[in-house]
Design a binder for this molecule. Structure first.
Ligand code: HPA
Length: 287
């Protein structure tokens, strides 16, 4: 069975499980940021292990299920937990869920993550929109034969595709609106992705800062690449769970990352509820 066929089978499985619901908005919840899934109304919950060919999360803080239903009135598919390259998954496996969401009909995704803050002035617990990224994973999930059937709409499914606005300006505007309505502001930053799983050395953080990065993490970039290849709009949202290595007093730990996530996840959930409604309206307007 080809990768394309596996994705199609997984998407068909979900289509049946979701009944009449066809989500146009997808949300991926990163480490310790799962609360938004609990806010989904009329939820249909599908554990990843039940979906054919779907990769399984092995990391604490990543439950591993799709929660589909209504968030702020909009039909959404929320991925509670993702899989990472450092777990031993291949680039194709890491991005399998994004291919499935696109095939299911999702046209705009919010990719959330836990990140280390590199820029001066970032506070732990702050939410930052991604304005751009730097891929330091050492690979690209689009390496290999181009599968044009994954694209929908003009300019999608191409071998060579544009990344000048990887993170949609229009969606960022909606996110700023939603945050203002919730009474806080969102920064914008540049996310640099490493393969992980070790945190960075202080020298690496100084190097990344010199390169223009303001956030560092171990996910999101492969998903953005695949989403853009398919023609989906992407909004990236980092939670600064810790100051990057060498910038704070404490040693870095996964516990700290999850603990900060837990403190922020309710605020994130409220933001995502407002945002989902706005995004769905925009996607419908474009369709
Ligand atoms: N570095 C890399 N990934 C991370 C960090 C970090 O400091 N915090 C949360 N994810």
């Amino acid at each position: 069975m080809t990768y394309f066929d596996e994705v199609t089978e997984a998407a068909e499985f979900l289509r049946v499980r979701l009944g009449g619901l066809s989500p146009r908005v997808g949300i991926v919840l990163g480490s310790g940021l799962g609360a938004a899934a609990e806010a989904v109304e009329g939820a249909v919950t599908v554990p990843y292990r039940e979906i054919p060919h779907f990769p399984q999360s092995t990391v604490e803080g990543h439950p591993g299920r799709i929660v589909a239903g209504r968030l702020g009135g909009a039909a959404v598919a929320v991925m509670q937990g993702r899989v990472h390259f450092y777990e031993g998954y291949t680039p194709l496996e890491v991005t399998f869920p994004m291919r499935v969401l696109g095939t299911l009909g999702v046209r705009a995704v919010v990719l959330t993550n836990a990140a280390g803050g590199i820029a001066e002035g970032y506070r732990v617990g702050q939410l930052v929109l991604l304005a751009d990224h730097i891929n330091m994973m050492g690979w690209n999930p689009l390496n290999g034969p181009n599968e044009a059937r994954f694209g929908f709409g003009p300019g999608a499914g191409l071998r060579f595709f544009d990344m000048t606005e990887a993170y949609s300006k229009a969606l960022r505007r909606l996110a700023h609106e939603a945050a203002a309505e919730e009474g806080f502001t969102l920064g914008e930053g540049v996310y640099l992705a490493t393969p992980g799983p070790s945190f960075e050395t202080p020298a690496e953080i100084r190097a990344f800062r010199a390169l223009g990065a303001t956030l560092v993490g171990m996910s999101t970039v492969p998903e953005t690449l695949v989403a853009r290849h398919m023609g989906m709009e992407v909004l990236g949202l980092s939670c600064v769970t810790n100051l990057a290595a060498g910038l704070g007093a404490a040693k870095l730990s996964h516990e700290e990352v999850n603990e900060t996530g837990r403190q922020v996840e309710q605020r994130l959930a409220s933001l995502l509820r407002r945002l989902a409604a706005k995004m769905a309206a925009q996607v419908e307007a474009e369709a």
